[in-house]
Design a protein around this ligand. Structure first.
Ligand code: SF4
Ligand code: SF4
Length: 384
């Protein structure tokens, strides 16, 4: 084991073959500093990404072969792992059992969370989110391992280690958090607050098959071929952004973490153990835009920068747009919209642009991938 732990450990993993996953995960954990902190009798929470009732081949969820390998490693240390998440929607046995079955977790033989209690917590150190309602099962763990999936994301640009802890908010409460923090920069600060509160002992990212395009649920699988690990989620995310060609300045959680001194500005400042250059993936389709944050930087920050970024952000903001040919009129988007900005007209959703807070919950939870994140023509022009 190296004297000093790297910011990010990277190992190749070309497929979800169980033996390969086990070997790759062992090598990764060793590089990242090992699991000596996992002691017999401990209860270890494995916070997977189980965003929706989707199969492993869709690349929306952490792959069950990797979760199984991790669970086995934890058990061999005499500890008791428990795997869980709270996707958007109801936080109860019926809903979660559907997600567990579809994501392959049931069949993988991993111990799944069945405690659907929620609790109020205080976060005195938080910058923005001083109190929260969270899933009880994670509070009862002696240590947490965050096992995320690498995906493009409508609202946050990137879903990897930092974003995954939003799954500690019960699904039924998530719209309220979007409403409380409608601005992506504030939402990102809330996520960083959650990351700092939970402080998982280890963050892992499944980037064997990532999701590109209309993520986090309706994009397409894209082979990246590696696993990443580290103790700081933002440093891992900075490297993830580099791998998929995403400008770090467009990722609100990275900006928020950098402002708090939790993450360097560029991937070149990271200490990385592993052949990460082999996994830089050309042509990875991302949902990004020249957003308000970049305009703020252009104007040198401060109040003027803030005002200009708000103005420019509105003009060029990406919007949820219905692809009518794919829509089946199921009304899920209307039901999930925290701003009540969606009404059904002629059995198809219509979005009130003024009311929309751009949380992209409708895009995330549309079962048909019919709600797309689209940039207005001006934004596309600016990107040229
Ligand atoms: S959730 Fe998707 S399929 Fe259902 S009404 Fe909305 S856009 Fe159409
Ligand atoms: S329309 Fe979609 S993006 Fe806009 S507030 Fe509603 S759920 Fe969020």
């Amino acid at each position: 084991m190296p004297d000093r732990k790297p910011d990010v450990a990277v190992v190749p993993c070309a497929s979800y073959d169980p033996a390969l996953c086990r070997a790759a995960l062992e090598a990764l954990i060793e590089k990242a500093g090992g699991l000596d902190w996992v002691r017999p009798g401990m209860r270890i929470g494995v916070k997977a990404n189980l965003v929706a009732a989707m199969g492993p081949d869709a690349a929306a969820t952490t792959h069950p072969a990797l979760v199984k390998a991790l669970v086995d490693i934890i058990k061999e240390r005499g500890a008791s792992p428990v795997v869980g998440d709270s996707p958007g929607g109801l936080y109860n046995a019926v809903f979660l059992n559907r997600v567990y079955a579809a994501s392959g977790m049931n069949g993988a033989g991993v111990p799944l969370n069945h405690d659907y209690s929620t609790r109020e917590i205080e976060l005195p150190e938080a910058k923005l989110c001083k109190s929260a309602t969270v899933t009880g099962w994670l509070l009862d763990c002696d240590g947490i391992i965050n096992f995320a999936k690498l995906k493009s994301h409508g609202m946050m640009g990137l879903s990897a280690a930092a974003k995954n802890l939003f799954g500690s908010i019960p699904g039924t409460m998530k719209p309220e958090y979007h409403f409380r923090f409608p601005n992506p920069a504030d939402f990102a600060d809330m996520l960083v607050d959650l990351d700092e509160f939970w402080k998982p002992r280890l963050h892992l990212v499944d980037a064997v098959a990532a999701m590109e395009g209309n993520g986090p649920t309706a994009g397409s699988p894209k082979a990246v071929g590696c696993l990443l690990a580290g103790e700081n989620p933002h440093r891992i995310d900075l490297l993830c952004a580099k791998l998929i060609g995403l400008e770090p300045g467009t990722v609100p959680t990275l900006r928020a973490a950098q402002a708090r001194g939790l993450c360097p500005e560029t991937p070149e400042e990271l200490s990385i153990d592993g052949p990460w250059q082999d996994f830089v993936t050309e042509g990875f389709e991302i949902i990004t835009e020249r957003n308000g944050l970049q305009f703020q930087a252009l104007m040198g920050g401060g109040k003027t920068g803030e005002r200009f970024s708000r103005f420019a952000g509105r003009l060029i903001a990406a919007r949820p747009t219905v692809e009518k040919a794919l829509c089946v009129g199921c009304r899920k988007c209307e039901q999930i919209c925290p701003a009540k900005a969606i009404t059904m007209k002629n059995k198809r959703p219509s979005v009130d642009r003024k009311a929309c807070i751009r949380c992209f919950c409708c895009q995330e939870f549309c079962p048909k991938g019919a709600m797309k994140v689209k940039r207005p023509p001006l934004a596309r022009l600016l990107e040229k």
